[in-house]
Ligand binder design. Structure first.
Ligand code: PHE
Ligand code: ZN
Length: 882
């Protein structure tokens, strides 16, 4: 932060490029000690804008030569800075340019551009990594056709891949070989990919509905072939689902996936050559948990779906990132809901939205779904752009219905296939395809423009004389950084009125003909609004925001009895779960207040009974029950407090968990036994649900320090064959004082030391333990032979696990903050993206008490004064300190 602050890029400054690049002919000469990249560009003047020089982006490149037409340029013919190569005075409107650069992938620790992972070459270009490979207009609205020649040592890199079709290959002499790839589809450079390595693959086939046979391959390091089957099945299901639900078909004869161990993100949708973090490909029942299996299904689908939503239609500029990400997340959520249990998927997605996106929206890094400024675009791959963006798509779907939504999607592709467009273009397609929808689209647009989570409050009253029910709702949106004034949003309220018999009543608004019973969607579009329902025979309990129909925070004047009633009766499963969560939050925050005031914390019997009722119905839907039995997380409870009482929340939550474990001991043991593994291992939704319920029961027994529970945990750890059961048991043991703790951790590490992804879990469970020695353990683990700070997955497990551990990270003495500052400073030099992701854990420091704030500020300022701070970390720290 010392030498002048980096400059912000603004949406309002967008201008089309002065030159288009239409063709790219790349040649890679891969060699240790320096890779030569030859790029031949076909450029054409953009006659729609004023004449200007050709300005190419480039970073950390050694320029070898530039040729325009057949004229080699001398140093006086161009201008070069650390970020750009500018070629003035190009002759004519259509020019061929050749640029030769040298790069050093073997020294690339940022994992952006061309780099090496376990000795194999791979690329990551989104968002702006292509400029680290060659000089180019590195912006998504410049779309070109690519031909790529890759040459390398045959023994070290037997596999040579790039986008599109393999058109030729041959021997290059000297033990070297080459391959030539051609991608017929024009694309932005962020979708370019190259892989060269010693890899093996599994292969399958998919016939598209129009009869195209597509070869599907998944490439992994030798030894991992037996962990690819689930990813391949997921790919085939995704291809079929996209045809069935969106009418979208794959557009090439080959689709390749490569899994690499060193990857900053989850995966990347490069055209026909997806590159994945191994975490989202490799799975075998003994190495991967149910969460891993579901994550693989979702991410494989997500990247595949990008082929249309992202690749065929891409973003005009990076402010439009949610155009592809919000839409593609919504698509993968729909897909996973169809493949598994829709209510369970929705509960999991909302839990995550609240945990990470609501927190972001309430802090110093809050930004709109379509941001209007950034310093480093890599910082904007956020829960807001992804998860809140997906909620915006879900609201189109809710407002227009499935058929209207599909009409909008069809029009979007009809208009924009092959183009780089904006979220406004998307909205216009939805609008124009549904002229009679009665939606105020200008108001709807505010979901893209206004940051922050709207609050909705309200109350209802029933008039027995007229049989009318009047529901009043108010909305409120607090200021966020840079947005002091907010306007009312268009909020879809999906609701039902539940009668005393537990059945949905008719929803007839005053002046309407009688409606049928069930759910309907109302539009809340003013600061305050009342809805009067007629012909309501008896006083109802309203079920609001069914399925979580808008990303808002609801506070409605429900009594505890209303919530218990909804938990038992609501026809909407999401709201049955939600009622339990609201009740639990209310109770837990009451206990936190008691503790803070020096009063005894007394757990209300009514709540414990309600949990008992949930448990007694658990066999009807074990997966749902496991979620209904889970208390709101410490993190989420913290968000509900003015000043977060870390220790109070932890104590209250543990007290209630122990009370549930003690009171319902027998029922929990019975649920454990009833759902123990039977028959062959499977990741069917049913089998996953039963494991989840069994392990939730086990966790409650350990929360109550139950001797039988501990014995079951040990037995499960020692004998289970599936990783879900093994790691859950080990996590419970690791979080306890059981004498077997050290031995259990050691045997696990000895068994799995060569499986990086399994070791990630081992680091994670130690980092998330609430034992008092956690920071000491985590610090010691930094020197464990299985840990490597250059590997993002390791950092996310150990450092990220620790920062998610509220009691340990927010220790009152500031030791957690000091630890994180050290790691951010260390990572800043190696991998700015990973450093910045870790630095985000500081962002909400002002929500804690004075002592913690003071300690956090010291740590933040220490990072701020680090020499050579990356733009990535600078932006997060500067925002946090504002
Ligand atoms: N575009 C990727 C996805 O969401 C994410 C990603 C972004 C990966 C930037 C790498 C770098 O599917
Ligand atoms: Zn994506």
């Amino acid at each position: 932060m010392d030498k002048g602050s980096p400059k912000a890029i603004l949406l309002k400054d967008y201008a089309a490029p002065a030159w288009w690049i239409e063709t790219v002919d790349l040649s890679f000469d891969l060699r240790d000690g320096g890779t030569l990249v030859t790029s031949r560009l076909g450029v054409r003047r953009n006659l729609d804008v004023v004449r200007a020089p050709l300005v190419l982006d480039g970073q950390e490149l050694e320029l070898v030569s530039v040729t325009v037409g057949d004229r080699p340029l001398g140093p006086d013919d161009y201008a070069i800075t650390p970020d750009h190569l500018t070629i003035p005075d190009l002759p004519g409107d259509q020019v061929a340019i050749e640029i030769v650069t040298r790069i050093h992938p073997e020294k690339n620790t940022a994992l952006e551009g061309l780099y090496k992972s376990s000795g194999n070459y791979c690329t990551q270009c989104e968002a702006e990594g292509f400029r680290k490979i060659t000089y180019f207009q590195d912006r998504p609205d410049v779309m070109a056709k690519y031909r790529v020649r890759v040459e390398g040592d045959r023994a070290a890199y037997p596999v040579l891949l790039s986008n599109g079709n393999l058109v030729d290959q041959g021997d290059a002499g000297d033990g070297r070989h080459w391959a030539l790839w051609e991608d017929p589809w024009p694309k932005p450079c962020y979708l370019f990919a190259l892989v060269a390595g010693n890899l093996v693959h599994i292969e399958d086939r998919f016939r598209t509905r129009s009869g195209r046979d597509v070869t599907l391959r998944i490439y992994v390091e030798p030894g991992n072939e037996d962990k690819c089957a689930h990813a391949m099945e997921s790919l085939i299901k995704s291809m079929k689902w996209d045809e069935d639900v969106y009418g979208l078909e794959y557009d090439l004869d080959i689709f390749n996936i490569v899994a690499v161990g060193d990857f900053n993100m989850g995966a990347m949708e490069n055209k026909s050559l997806n590159v994945f973090n191994t975490k989202y490909i490799l799975a075998r029942p003994d190495t991967a948990t149910d969460t891993d299996f579901l994550g693989i299904e979702a991410v494989v689908a997500h990247e595949y779906f990008h082929n249309w939503t992202g690749n065929r239609v891409t973003c005009r500029d990076w402010f439009q990132l949610s155009l592809k990400e919000g839409l593609t997340v919504f698509r993968d959520q729909q897909f996973s809901a169809d493949m598994n249990s829709a209510p369970v998927k929705r509960i999991q997605d909302v839990t995550r939205l609240r945990q990470v996106q609501f927190a972001e929206d309430a802090g110093p890094t809050a930004h709109p779904v379509r941001p209007d400024s950034y310093i480093e675009i890599n910082n904007f791959y956020t829960p807001t752009v992804y998860e809140k963006g997906a909620e915006v798509l879900r609201m189109y779907h809710t407002l227009l219905g499935a058929a209207g939504y599909r009409r909008g999607i069809d029009l979007y592709f009809a208009r924009h296939d092959g183009q780089a467009v904006t979220t406004d273009d998307f909205l216009a397609a939805m609008r124009d395809a549904n002229p009679d929808a009665g939606v105020d689209w200008e108001q709807f647009r505010r979901w893209y423009a206004q940051a922050g989570t709207p609050g909705v409050s309200g109350e209802g009253s029933y008039d027995p004389a007229t049989h009318t029910y009047r529901l009043t709702l108010r909305q409120f949106l607090a200021p966020t950084p840079g947005q002091p004034v907010k306007l009312p949003m268009l909020i879809p309220v999906s609701l039902g009125l539940v009668g005393p018999d537990g059945k949905d009543q008719a929803l007839t608004l005053a002046g309407e003909d009688s409606a049928t019973a069930g759910t309907r969607v109302l539009a809340l579009n003013a600061a305050e609004q009342s809805f009067t329902f007629t012909e309501v025979p008896a006083p109802p309990v309203p079920s609001l925001f069914r399925g979580f129909s808008a990303p808002i925070k609801l506070s409605f004047d429900y009594s505890d009895a209303d919530l218990t009633f909804l938990m038992a009766n609501d026809s909407d499963p999401f709201n049955r779960w939600e009622a339990g969560q609201t009740l639990a939050s209310r109770l837990l925050l009451g206990l936190v207040a008691d503790r803070a005031a020096g009063r005894d914390m007394a757990v209300p019997k009514g709540f414990i009974d309600a949990m008992g009722a949930t448990l007694s119905r658990a066999s009807e839907d074990p997966a749902f029950a496991s979620l209904a039995l889970t208390l709101p997380s410490e993190n989420y409870l913290g968000q509900l407090m003015e000043v977060i009482d870390v220790d109070g929340i932890h104590a209250a939550r543990n007290l209630v968990r122990a009370a549930i474990g003690r009171t319902h001991r027998d029922a929990l043991l019975a649920a454990y036994r009833a759902n123990a593994e039977q028959g062959e291992f499977s990741v069917s939704p049913d089998a996953i649900g039963r494991r989840a319920l069994k392990n939730a029961a086990l966790a409650y027994l350990l929360a109550a320090d139950d001797a039988d529970g501990k014995a079951l945990a040990l037995a499960q750890y020692r004998t289970a064959t599936g990783m879900t059961d093994v790691i859950t048991a080990l996590a419970l043991i690791a979080d306890s004082d059981m004498p077997e703790r050290a031995d259990a951790l050691a045997t696990f590490a000895a068994k799995w030391k060569d499986e990086a992804l399994v070791m990630d879990k081992w680091f994670m469970i130690q980092a998330t333990s609430s034992r008092p020695d956690t920071l000491a353990n985590v610090t010691a683990l930094l020197s464990h032979p299985g840990f490597n700070i250059r590997n993002p997955n390791k950092v996310y497990s150990l450092v990220g696990g620790f920062t998610g551990n509220a009691v340990a990270f927010h220790a009152a003495d500031g030791s957690g903050y000091e630890f994180l500052a050290d790691r951010v400073i260390e990572l800043n030099k190696l991998n700015p993206q990973v450093a910045s992701r870790m630095a985000k854990s500081f962002a909400r420091w002002r929500k804690y008490d004075g002592e913690r704030q003071a300690a956090a500020k010291v740590a933040l300022e220490r990072v701020a004064h680090t020499p050579d701070l990356s733009r990535d970390v600078y932006e997060i720290i500067a925002r946090s300190l504002e």
